[in-house]
Ligand binder design. Sequence first.
Ligand SMILES: [Zn+2]
Length: 554
Amino acid sequence: MRRSLAPAIVALSLALAGCASTKSAPVASAPPTAPPRLIVAIAVDQFSADLFAEYRNHFTAGLARLQQGAVFPSGYQSHAATETCPGHSTLLTGAHPSRTGIIANNWFDPGLTRADKKVYCAEDERDPASTSGNPVVSAVHLKVPTLGERMKAVWPTSRNVAVSAKDRAVIMMGGHFIDEAYWWKNGAFVTLAGQALAPAVTIENTVLTMRIKRGEAGYAVPAWCAAREREVKAGPASVGTGHFAMEPGKEPQFRVSPRMDAATADLAIGLTDAMNLGRSAAPDILSVSFSATDYVGHATGTEGVEMCIQLAELDRSIGRLLDHLDLRGIDYAVMLSADHGGLDLPERLAAQAVPQATRADRALLAGALAKAVSQQTGIATPDPLIYADGPFGDYYLSHRLSSVQKAQVLAALVPMLKAHPQVAAVFTATELAEAPLPVGSPQDWSLKDRARASFDPVRSGDLVVLLDRAVVPITDPSPGYVATHGSAWDYDRRVPILFWRKGVPGLEQPAPVETVDIAPTLIAMLGLPVPEGAYDGRCLDIDGSAANSCEGPK
Ligand SMILES: [Zn+2]
């Protein structure tokens, strides 16, 4: 690939000069008649429909512009396991996790020969150098092609580029064949094994290393955020009053702040210029997953001054990216959504009209359950009897059990879980395997339907446990980790879905739609052939006028 340093340096100097994006004015122009030359697919990690509703009127930059397009405020990540990897896997494949194979961030294979029985969604565990905690990043577990791969199949010169702070976001949006893939690791952007860093990325890494070493002051608090500044204690953690000051050398204070998203936007801008995205014979796709909203949500919850500052800055970072594409004269279309929603920390929820909010009971952790089952049945194994990635979700039984023992363990475990006051539902793998794939509106799906859409017969657990509403599955909060997502409830399932393209009349459609509708919608916009039955979703007509975008380019 031909790479030029100059545009990257220009983009970076603009970014470092603190070039703020200006408010985007509505642009009156003729409706486009040809497919866009660049698809910009944006994921905002943990951007719930609730956060979008709370903040949408305050946005003035990128997120204001996107609201002039097609706005679906009630999009659904319809499945039960509302985590980053499954959520990103639905965005550009049109498929639920039951079809993408990405059932969770981590699953277990108790038969795995390596000591680490946990499998990370974006690793190749067959590589001896890979562990779930330090993975050899790979798309081997993704069972379906992404939009970028479908574009390449039709237009071999089409470029598929994906950037994020998170490797799993890059892999699940980009897929198996990514031209340039970057994520953040140990204080720098890195890429796939065997690939060299683009010069634009090397330059950005140098600048970021210097900034982290030097430290930075906190952010100014927008006036409309001030009312959210109130201290809340969660165990040893204190949240609600942070402004993201970065002490010299403290890389996590860079990552868990709006700086991470600004750096991700800079990377997207630098690659757009260096690769001339959107300006060659075939349409290209640039996937950008902004991770800081999720990092901030986990560290400080969703309703403090921190999230308010974060979203105001995210708006500016997205605006800067879009303004740059305008400046380059690229004909592009934007899609923005999220991998899952989120919930505030129970300590603040309980003080703000949700008194039932609480933390999951330690008795639901795999070790505690295994002890209780062993006492009841007399069955024990030298390895753990039960594996799970937290106090909910998929639970796996030891492969050392005979089929008779397995039945005995399940006979003890299932009633024990069902009797727990925090448990909403328990499903066995057999029950889910026999359940039909859900149809109809995702807001009406039963808990079993939601669990079915997350089920894979090989990767899913022997049991799936869903907790009650407002039971936060962090048993013990700590500084940096007080709130989370992952439940089967709508605060974790509902996300905004926005589409914008210059000249296309906007619309607002509050009816429920799904993130699996995104890929068929973009496919129609591009005029790509749609393989029969390839999707769980449907095309959304995102043209607010009488024209129908699902009929493809004219
Ligand atoms: Zn996420």
